[in-house]
Design a protein around this ligand. Structure first.
Ligand SMILES: [Zn+2]
Length: 251
């Protein structure tokens, strides 16, 4: 019965889609349309990030507890909120797309939020490295510059949302890799391997991000790549920036 519902859902009708792959995938969207997931894909999109909201809050609390200075505490909260916001906004957006797609303006608003939060998540992911490691006088400017880039990305989303998808992707990749040049130049190189590994997982995931309608559950697979990369980065931040050196010696 559910399959029949998904076939006749407003999503499917709006995009005049042919139901293929036994409900696991719809046909690829045309140039200026958004891909309409099947019911199963909607569910996967929601669950893959919903399950990470509570662990993200737990991760933030752990880093906060391990903090020795107020600057470490502030950084733990900023990074933790970025992590929580990413999974929370993504989940809410996918629930609305799935269950409330008739509320077009609400869906549009959350789609923009889903995109904006990625910029702030990237800035938040770099902040522990930029805030808690020693940087040269020029490199130290990256501490505020990442937030300026996030603000610029937000302005872009509000003005050109969904208009130039490749430009948007180029913005994400630039923001994702430009601060890495500063982090890579730090005298203390501990954790750089994990950082690079996480970055590579994000980049591999982009392949699936662009494969809606070609690979079933492509967007949910992209979510899994995001979760894996975020977990690798969290591990590196916990191990090299928050865990006390004494505890490191014991392991
Ligand atoms: Zn998503």
């Amino acid at each position: 019965m559910k399959r029949a519902n998904s076939f006749h859902s407003p999503d499917a009708q709006r995009g005049k889609l042919k139901h293929t792959g036994k409900g696991f995938m719809n046909t690829r969207a045309s140039a200026n349309c958004r891909y309409q997931p099947t019911c199963y894909e909607h569910a996967a999109n929601c669950y893959t990030h919903a399950l990470l909201i509570v662990p993200a809050f737990g991760g933030m609390a752990l880093l906060h507890r391990l903090s020795d200075t107020s600057w470490e505490r502030v950084t733990a909260v900023v990074y933790g909120l970025g992590l929580c916001a990413l999974f929370l906004v993504s989940t809410v957006f996918h629930i609305i797309t799935w269950k409330k797609s008739h509320m077009r303006s609400v869906e549009h608003c959350f789609h923009m939020c889903d995109r904006v939060v990625i910029y702030f998540f990237i800035a938040a992911s770099y902040s522990p490295w930029l805030n808690l490691r020693e940087l040269g006088p020029l490199a130290a400017h990256m501490r505020w510059f990442v937030w300026l880039m996030a603000a610029a990305g937000t302005i872009y989303v509000f003005n050109y949302h969904e208009k130039y998808k490749l430009v948007e992707l180029a913005f994400y990749l630039t923001m994702g890799f430009f601060p890495a040049s500063v982090v890579a130049s730090m005298s203390n190189t501990e954790g750089l391997q994990e950082l690079a590994c996480g970055g590579l997982i994000y980049v591999l995931g982009v392949f699936f991000f662009k494969s809606d309608g070609i690979i079933p559950f492509a967007h949910a697979i992209w979510h899994v790549f995001v979760a894996l990369a975020a977990a690798v980065h969290y591990y590196a931040i916990w191990k090299y920036l928050y865990k006390s050196p004494d505890a490191l010696l014991e392991t």
